[in-house]
Each structure stands twice: as structure tokens, then as C-alpha cells.
Design a protein around this ligand. Structure first.
Ligand SMILES: [Zn+2]
Ligand SMILES: [Zn+2]
Length: 98
């Protein structure tokens, strides 16, 4: 049945999100942190998931930010910076890696 199939993740400027534009989503049991961390050259850790800003698909089906209409927007889709920030916050908050 189509409804039972896990929704395919969407790709926004090289990072993966669920169809709700979340990197970690309870609604569809999606967690793209490991994939995204690895892609951007980090060791995956337990950190806060990213959320993509308002986006829409262009004619080619590529996601672009609504604010600037750019599929590779540095401001909206600056994932490496955002992951770095989330990792720093996670390390500061916890260090409970058991
Ligand atoms: Zn979701
Ligand atoms: Zn933008």
C-alpha cells in the first residue's frame, strides 16, 4: 500500500530532509543527521536536527528558498554552518555519550 511506504527524503542544497523539511522528524520517523553529518565531513553525533526554511520546488523539481529563490542559498541553506552550530550546542549541553 502506498500509504505505508516511508516517504522519500528530499534533497536541499546537498542536505537531506523529510518531506516536512525536517532533518529529524517524529511524524515520519526520519533521521537524516548521520547522512548529512557524514556528507559535510563531520562525525555523526546526537545533536539537534536542522530545519529547512520555507522552500518550494522550481520547474526542474529542485528545492529553492522562498525568501531568495535560490537553490544554493548561503543564508537559508548554509547547512555546514548550521551543523557546526548544532554540534557545538550539543557538546556543550551534554557530553553524556553513554
Ligand atoms: Zn517528516
Ligand atoms: Zn535564501
Amino acid at each position: 500500500m502506498a500509504e505505508a511506504a516511508a516517504p522519500a527524503p528530499i534533497e536541499i542544497n546537498d542536505a537531506y530532509f523529510c518531506q516536512h523539511f525536517k532533518e529529524v522528524c517524529a511524524d515520519c520517523s526520519y533521521d537524516g543527521r548521520e547522512e548529512n553529518d557524514t556528507f559535510f565531513g563531520f562525525d555523526p553525533i546526537d545533536r539537534e536536527g536542522l530545519e529547512a526554511p520555507a522552500s518550494s520546488q522550481n520547474k526542474e523539481g529542485v528545492y529553492q528558498c522562498k525568501k531568495h529563490g535560490s537553490p544554493a542559498c548561503n543564508q537559508c541553506y548554509g547547512w555546514k554552518k548550521q551543523i557546526t552550530r548544532a554540534r557545538a550546542a550539543a557538546k556543550k549541553a551534554g557530553k553524556k555519550s553513554s
